[in-house]
Design a protein around this ligand. Structure first.
Ligand SMILES: [Zn+2]
Length: 287
């Protein structure tokens, strides 16, 4: 059994919430590269990871969402790619102290294949470099998340599988008339089928327009694959108020939808943008 099968056998598994807002609360400035903090402010990154472990997360992520060479190059940090990823995995492992599993986060490259801004070879190499460093740092599984382009997600999956670790792939469904497609137009059924065939150990949905909207998405993923499902919705739709992004769903309200999400087939449950440790605490209490 893979780690993901072992965990899924005891569903639901509570994961973590957002990291960006937690780092901001600890002093991360707008425009600053959050992932660089793995080298510059490791103790503050570790405090975020520990806050989730203490809230009851059984799986925590790593502060490596943007730590691919293509994105880091925009901050002049391309040469630090391996070091940032290794440190990110090591920090979360330290915070977990064996109480939680560490799934390493890999986000999108920030470049579009469709417009020729990057190539398949460049993407595959960037994801392979990141995944390898995360594995070296002690990641127990890899999560490819917040993906809009199935082609990019599958390249990342192929690269991450080379580490031998189990791999989860999670897409964002927030586009189209019914807000049930990825930005590039893939349906939940298409994503689940293609990622399953490409060898994902679990598939899922994260970010998006809130937990209520992800219940029918989860049901559709469930109907299309037997793989465990990973669901991490936002705390509602982001609203721009006086130049600040605000998410209005409260921890209580978020947790009130969790039973329906489990009913719809979710195995791993946590939160994305706008959620924090108090959301995880409420989810744990409600279970
Ligand atoms: Zn999000």
């Amino acid at each position: 059994m893979t780690l993901i099968e072992q965990l899924a056998a005891r569903s639901p598994v509570v994961t973590d919430g957002a990291w960006g807002t937690q780092l901001q609360a600890r002093g991360l400035q707008p425009g600053e590269c959050p992932d660089a903090w793995n080298l510059l402010a490791a103790e503050r990154v570790e405090a975020v990871a520990r806050a989730y472990v203490e809230a009851g997360s059984q799986v925590i992520l790593t502060n490596t969402f943007r730590a691919n060479r293509l994105t880091l190059a925009g901050h002049g940090l391309a040469e630090k790619t391996a070091a940032i990823n290794r440190a990110g995995a090591a920090i979360s492992r330290r915070a977990a102290e064996g109480r939680a599993r560490v799934f390493a986060s890999i986000g999108p490259s920030g470049k579009l294949l469709m417009t020729g801004e990057t190539t398949e070879a460049e993407l595959r190499a960037a994801f392979a470099e990141q995944a390898q460093a995360l594995a070296e740092g002690g990641a127990e599984a890899i999560l490819i998340e917040t993906m809009s382009d199935l082609a990019e997600a599958k390249l990342a999956l192929e690269a991450a599988r080379e580490t031998g670790l189990a791999v989860v792939v999670s897409m964002v469904f927030d586009s189209g008339r019914n807000k049930d497609r990825t930005m590039m137009g893939a349906t939940p059924e298409q994503a689940a089928r293609e990622l399953d065939e490409a060898g994902a150990d679990a598939v899922g949905a994260n970010c998006g327009s809130g937990i209520a909207a992800y219940i029918p998405i989860c049901r559709r993923l469930r109907a299309a694959t037997d793989r465990p499902l990973w669901i991490k919705p936002n705390a509602g739709l982001p609203e721009l108020i006086e130049g600040r992004t605000v998410y209005r769903t409260t921890p209580e309200e978020f947790a009130s939808h969790v039973p329906a999400l489990i009913e719809a087939g979710a195995n791993f449950i946590g939160g994305c943008c706008g959620t924090g440790p108090e959301f995880i605490r409420k989810i744990v209490e409600s279970g």
